[in-house]
Design a protein around this ligand. Structure first.
Ligand code: CP
Length: 333
């Protein structure tokens, strides 16, 4: 396996063994961090992190991960660079790769991060696009494996808007890792046939299945993990709330829904989450539509079955693993 100099753009670009190895390295970094063990392998490297959308977990994970590895970081916010306005994506990539050793990008169209990678001489890491969220899936699978002690044969059910970028990466990662994947949500928001067509042969090879359904009963006695995400993704217009609530309310993760899954099932969410009225968006939605919790109830979110904060922490360990493996030039790891 050789990761050096490679981009991390989508889960599909990596083999099963490579993805497993990323999780092994992430676990090692978690142990080192917990033990307070120095792992500043790259004191002479610097990275740029470009965000065209807001972020807490992904930004902080790249920053803390980079600091822990001894690197310097430049954060460019949606208004902080010339890219796309006064300078092409290709030229931005050519400039940044002269100055930095790695580039992270979060934005809209997958073609932007693909173009950055094409014109950059240094690794480019995808921090979320409309198509996928690969570092999220890596952190999620680290969390699931930590909890159950294994991955192969488990069943992960993504409930809600199954077209979204997180669901796409989870489906791909499930297929690669031998985890059965159920995409359960309204038919009008169903994941694309293209994604399923790409993932099914991989799943078959790895002895697992991909199910796309609008029937919540598909979870009954099967799901080991129930996963959901917000009903309106970053960048979608607020006017869509009413329509989304009507479509997705039957798929809200309640304790009743959790009880359909296996008794040992856990709850995951990529966060942020609208499980109470402690955010301005949730209060706006409450005022307009009368809903005081959305994709997941507060009861489930705060229950013992919810491992969302372990999951949030693991974003950092897995992102650190991706940065380390793609930047390491020192031979055997
Ligand atoms: N899950 C996730 O990507 O969180 P942020 O949007 O805060 O980075």
């Amino acid at each position: 396996m050789d990761f050096t100099g490679r981009d991390f753009l989508r889960i599909l670009d990596f083999s099963e063994d490579e993805l497993r190895y990323m999780l092994v390295v992430a676990r090692k970094f978690k142990e080192m961090k917990r033990a307070g063990q120095n792992h500043k392998y790259f004191p002479n490297k610097n990275i740029a992190i470009l965000f065209e959308k807001t972020s807490t977990r992904t930004r902080c994970s790249f920053e803390v991960g980079a600091y822990d590895l001894g690197m310097g970081v430049t954060y460019l916010d949606p208004t902080g660079s010339q890219m796309g306005h006064k300078e092409s994506i290709a030229d931005t990539a050519r400039v940044l790769s002269r100055l930095y050793d790695g580039i992270e990008y979060r934005g809209f169209d997958q073609s932007v991060v693909d173009t950055l990678a094409e014109y950059s001489d240094v690794p480019v890491w995808n921090g979320l696009t409309d198509e996928c969220h690969p570092t999220q899936a890596l952190g999620d699978f680290m969390t699931i494996e930590e909890h159950f002690g294994y991955l192969k044969g488990l069943t992960l059910a993504f409930v809600g808007d199954t077209r979204n970028n997180v669901a796409n990466s989870l489906m791909t990662m499930s297929a690669k890792m031998g985890v059965n994947f159920i995409a359960c949500g309204p038919a009008s928001l169903a994941t694309s046939d293209e994604m399923v067509t790409k993932c099914r042969p991989i799943a078959e090879k790895n002895g697992c299945t991909i199910t796309v359904t609008d029937d919540i009963r598909a979870l009954d006695g099967k799901a080991d993990v129930i996963y959901t995400d917000v009903w309106l993704s970053l960048g979608e217009p607020a006017e869509k709330w009413g329509e989304r609530i009507n479509l997705l309310k039957p798929y809200q993760v309640t304790m009743d829904l959790m009880n359909r899954a296996k008794p040992t099932a856990v709850f995951l969410h990529c966060l942020p989450s609208f499980h109470d009225l402690n955010t301005s968006i949730a209060r706006d939605v409450h005022e307009k539509y009368g809903l005081s919790e959305m994709e997941v109830t507060d009861e489930v979110f705060n229950s013992e079955r919810s491992i969302v904060f372990e999951q949030a922490e693991n974003r950092m360990h897995t992102i650190k693993s991706v940065m380390f493996l793609t930047l390491w030039e020192g031979g055997n790891k």
